[in-house]
Design a protein around this ligand. Structure first.
Ligand SMILES: O=C(O)CCC(=O)/C=C/C=C(\O)C(=O)O
Ligand SMILES: [Fe+2]
Length: 312
């Protein structure tokens, strides 16, 4: 087996605003099983498809997709800070192959990544440098967004490029299913927030603390039924999981961007990372999902899912 997949929700609220202990323990068990799956596969390279939340990618220059040839974690929400062990040659090869396939991916030699990339790595590995990685950013929050089909094309091209590397490659997709956490949107932003979304790289420790405590406060309001955020949608999440398990990409990615927001909330666009990861796996033939977990966890603002898959 030369490829495998692990796709998981992330949430910056894990550890900061937890559900009841039995739910937390259940998720910890699922993530331990995913970690064991990955250890058993023993990847030689990890290709991570993940979004950003205005930490590494801002409106000063917002690509739809970007391959990182070097990357550093900003360490938001208490997660580890510092460089990732990026395989620069593999990143370069993947970027060249993806561009040759007609998908206009950017290349960064100095990518900053946030919890979107880093949290799944902490779920699956002992450190950010345990296995070489290639981080691939997918814009899932900063409108305007292209059609979701582009994530499938990106993933397919990355899958083809990965096959040519001749290594055991794990594809990781990182993002919630239905969820509508308080990620600012330019269309509604005050001038101050718009400035931050455009140029707010490297906030001070105090500025970051204010943002992060605001997310925790919002999660509390959401749990208490605030109408300011769209509800979780387990029925839609089930559709997402079933569609990807059966490689029915069109059921998802041929829908409009509005459909994603109306069904799953603004951050449901993070499903693009799952579409890309599954499309990368599909590029090397039929696959089967070997584990699939789902629970709506309002304390984490998340329709929370974790799946693992292998070639059939
Ligand atoms: O700047 C901030 O931290 C704003 C809040 C934020 O980024 C929240 C992110 C939530 C997720 O990543 C998620 O639930 O997927
Ligand atoms: Fe997110």
């Amino acid at each position: 087996m030369s490829v495998a997949l692990c796709a998981t929700s992330h949430s910056p609220l894990i550890g900061l605003h937890d559900p009841e202990p039995s739910v937390r323990a259940e998720v910890d068990g699922v993530l331990s099983a995913a970690r064991a799956f990955v250890a058993d596969f023993d990847p030689e390279l990890v290709v991570v498809f993940a979004p950003d939340h205005y930490n590494g990618f801002l409106y000063e220059l917002m690509p739809s997709f970007c391959v990182g040839a070097a990357a550093t974690s900003v360490g938001d929400y208490g997660l580890p800070t510092g460089p990732l062990d990026v395989d620069r040659d593999a990143a370069q090869t993947i970027a060249e192959t993806v561009l040759a396939a007609g998908v206009d991916v950017a290349l960064s030699l100095d990518m900053q990544v946030d919890h979107g990339f880093v949290q799944p790595l902490t779920f699956l590995f002992d450190s950010l440098t345990q296995v070489p990685i290639v981080p691939i950013f997918i814009n899932c929050v900063a409108e305007p967004l292209g059609p979701a089909t582009r994530a499938r094309h990106l993933g397919a091209a990355v899958g083809t490029a990965s096959a040519a590397l001749g290594r055991r490659v794990l594809f990781v997709g990182s993002g919630g299913l239905s969820h509508d956490p308080p990620v600012p949107r330019l269309a509604e932003a005050t001038p101050e927030v718009a400035l931050r979304l455009t140029h707010g790289r490297n906030p001070t420790r105090e500025q970051r603390a204010v943002r992060e405590s605001g997310t925790v406060t919002a999660a509390g309001e959401f749990v208490r039924g605030s109408a300011a955020y769209r509800p979780l949608n387990p029925a839609w999440d089930d559709l997402v999981l079933r569609s990807l398990a059966s490689a029915d990409f069109a059921a998802l990615d041929e829908q409009s961007n509005t459909w994603f927001v109306e069904e799953g909330g603004h951050s449901a666009h993070e499903v693009r990372t799952w579409i890309a990861a599954y499309a990368a796996l599909a590029a090397q033939g039929p696959y089967e999902v070997v584990s699939s977990y789902y629970r709506a966890i309002p304390e984490w603002f998340a329709g929370f899912a974790t799946t693992c898959a292998v070639p059939r």
